[in-house]
Design a protein around this ligand. Structure first.
Ligand SMILES: [Zn+2]
Length: 118
């Protein structure tokens, strides 16, 4: 897998985790906080944020600018491609595109970075 694609996928996962924790925080479920996280939720969210910033800094300039553009508009900046369809926008990808994750590519329609799962 392309190293920048790996970072993008990890970033997406960290952000999803952060969103889930922020929801838990809003519900102020002290029970979850004590039993599951063993740390103060807001500290854990802040640590995730630090890690996210570190990883965003590891993106190449060109990748980072596309990432910021998409991440501002959508919950996911990376979408899977299954059976030739981008799951960011559900449009068919060009059939000429080789199914490899060794290159960093994006959907011409929605702009999401894509990775192939089939
Ligand atoms: Zn798309």
């Amino acid at each position: 897998m392309h190293p920048q694609l790996e970072i993008l996928l990890e970033l997406q996962d960290l952000k999803a985790q952060q969103r889930e924790m922020e929801v838990a925080e809003e519900e102020s479920s002290l029970e979850i906080e004590r039993k599951v996280f063993h740390v103060r939720l807001e500290d854990a969210v802040a640590q995730l944020q630090t890690k996210i910033q570190e990883m965003e800094a590891a993106l190449e300039a060109e990748v980072a600018s596309r990432y910021r553009l998409i991440a501002g508009k959508r919950a996911r900046a990376v979408a899977p491609v299954l059976n030739g369809v981008c799951y960011g926008c559900f449009m068919a990808m060009p059939t000429s595109m080789s199914k490899t994750n060794e290159q960093l590519r994006w959907c011409e329609n929605c702009g999401c970075f894509v990775y192939f799962v089939d």
